[in-house]
Design a protein around this ligand. Structure first.
Ligand SMILES: [Zn+2]
Length: 239
């Protein structure tokens, strides 16, 4: 294993079919790959090794990476299983909400820290989980369509399309050529200030595709305390 305290000489990210790999060049002997609990993929590589060797190694390991990410996801779900019964807790916009099930025609509303979910009496755990996921997706989409135009105008950057996806390893992504921005469904659990940070981050990619100093300067111009917000964003409590 590479020593944690060993100096990192160079860090950058690679992208393969939706998987982001963070490459860390260090004084190590071998290539070393690991998937963190949050799904993040870290590849540690010796300083002198050619780029194409790293790329080949990463590509060969893609099936293993996605297997590993699924394992973590399953483990997380088994640690924090939702019952989708009355009393179940969910985080929304950084606040805890309690589920209240009611019988009837499918309906969803939020009121005083409670999620009222009306479902047919014969609804199963899967059905209730699906209803809720869909309701959360709508909630996030509504907030995005309400808030994103503000940042678009401030920054003068306009995506062609936005979508909400059930991504576990990232909060957002931007396909700069198509000008398409995706937001993780998990953002619905996070405070507004974190959502603002992710919006600005992804919009900034329309101007600067990579994570260079130039990119962070754009982010910082609009969100001076982006570091604090990013930290809060990555604090555990995926609901
Ligand atoms: Zn980014």
């Amino acid at each position: 294993m590479p020593g944690g305290s060993r100096k990192v000489y160079h860090t950058y990210t690679m992208e393969y079919g939706g998987t982001t790999i963070c490459v860390r060049r260090k004084k190590v002997k071998y290539l070393y790959l690991r998937v963190k609990k949050d799904g993040q993929v870290i590849l540690t590589a010796p300083l002198g090794i050619p780029e194409d060797v790293i790329c080949r190694f990463a590509q060969d390991k893609l099936p293993w990476i996605s297997h590993q990410q699924n394992q973590w996801k399953l483990m997380q779900e088994s640690i924090q299983p939702h019952t989708y019964e009355t009393g179940d807790q969910f985080m929304l916009w950084g606040e805890p909400y309690t589920l209240v099930l009611e019988e009837g025609k499918k309906q969803f509303r939020l009121e005083n820290g409670k999620i009222y979910l009306t479902v047919p009496s014969e609804s199963t755990w899967e059905k209730r989980s699906q209803y809720l996921k869909e309701a959360f997706r709508q909630l996030l989409l509504e907030r995005l369509t309400h808030r994103l135009p503000f940042w678009q105008e401030q920054m003068g950057l306009y995506p062609n399309q936005i979508q909400v996806r059930d991504m576990r390893s990232r909060w957002g992504s931007c396909q700069t050529q198509k000008k398409q921005i995706s937001f993780s469904l998990g953002l619905v659990t996070k405070p507004q200030e974190c959502l603002d940070y992710v919006m600005v981050h992804e919009l900034a990619h329309l101007a600067v595709p990579d994570h260079s100093a130039r990119f962070w300067a754009v982010v910082e111009r609009w969100i001076p305390d982006w570091k604090a917000r990013r930290k809060r964003l990555n604090q555990a409590d995926i609901g």
